[in-house]
Design a binder for this molecule. Structure first.
Ligand SMILES: Nc1ncnc2c1ncn2[C@@H]1O[C@H](COP(=O)(O)OP(=O)(O)O)[C@@H](O)[C@H]1O
Ligand SMILES: [Mg+2]
Length: 274
């Protein structure tokens, strides 16, 4: 199978991008797929969520994007505690990448170049993205072949969809014609009220995105939030909370079940040839 390179995208924060990237990646790895997670967010949430302490990392995505000759992906990649699950970690200097690359050559193709040699080693490269439409995001959209839109099943999230679709169109036209939106996942789905259900119905009828919508919704569930502080470590007197992917944290939770169902659909896409 050719490596699938999927970016999990939404310029809005707090909609479940990181939870989805990490959960999907970890479950794919558990099922024997070779997975590389790329933490494309300076907030380092993916790095933390798979139990890697950013303070203990020597080189990160930032160095690899700034100085690709010296820092190939192999120098930056770390193994997680989980079989088949590797990580290109973020550290907080990634906040500076937009500025530092502003006048650099090939500034929007840095991540693509970085990932190229990784492609033959992995079945899936999953890229988490920042809550912004920045140069870093453009690098991510340029490196990816597929986009999964992560949308909180809430009316305020629905509004940002148009902006996101426009950005994707621009990237397609100008730098990455092969890019395709192949998935939209509704997250933080509140089964206790009608609100999420109504948003789901809207998306189902929305010609811009209805064909990409996954059947599985990710229900709102506190276990997912708890899994992000499964472990606590001290670093130079400061507590650092590290997470465990949901399938390892509580495999019987609704969250774990929902993400397993989503992964079933994602793997089915391989068979359908998309
Ligand atoms: N389905 C869910 N149910 C409950 N809490 C969730 C769910 N998905 C994510 N969260 C929590 O909501 C917050 C934001 O999620 P996160 O994945 O970090 O969003 P993003 O990466 O888009 O900013 C986190 O604290 C996360 O643990
Ligand atoms: Mg995030």
């Amino acid at each position: 199978m050719a490596c699938r390179i999927i970016a999990f995208v939404n310029q809005k924060g707090g909609c479940g991008k990181t939870a989805t990237t990490v959960s999907v990646g970890s479950i794919l790895a558990e099922r024997g797929k070779k997975v590389l997670l790329v933490d494309g967010d300076p907030q380092q949430h993916t790095t933390l969520s798979v139990g890697v302490n950013p303070y203990r990392i020597e080189h990160s995505l930032y160095e690899a994007m700034l100085d690709p000759r010296q820092f190939g992906y192999e120098k930056v990649r770390v193994k997680t505690a989980y079989e088949n699950l590797d990580l290109l970690p973020a550290t907080d200097n990634l906040y500076a990448v937009d500025l530092d690359l502003a006048s650099a050559m090939n500034r929007d193709g840095r991540m693509e170049r970085l990932l190229k040699p990784a492609i033959r080693h992995y079945d899936y490269i999953l890229i988490d993205s920042p809550p912004a439409l920045s140069l870093l995001t453009i690098n991510i959209l340029n490196a990816a072949k597929e986009i999964f839109i992560v949308l909180q099943a809430h009316p305020h999230s629905y509004l940002g969809l148009e902006m996101l679709l426009q950005t994707v169109e621009q990237v397609k036209e100008n730098i990455n014609p092969k890019l395709r939106i192949t998935g939209l996942v509704l997250t933080i789905f509140d089964t206790g009220t009608n609100v999420s259900k109504r948003i789901q119905e809207k998306v189902q009828l929305d010609d811009r995105v209805s064909e990409f919508l996954f059947q599985t919704v990710i229900r709102k569930n506190i276990t997912l939030a708890n899994s992000t502080m499964a472990l606590e470590e001290e670093y130079e007197g400061v507590p650092v909370f590290l997470g465990k992917p949901i399938n390892h944290y509580d495999r019987h939770s609704n969250s774990s079940k929902d993400y397993h169902k989503l992964v079933d659909e994602i793997i089915q896409m391989e068979l359908d040839g998309s």
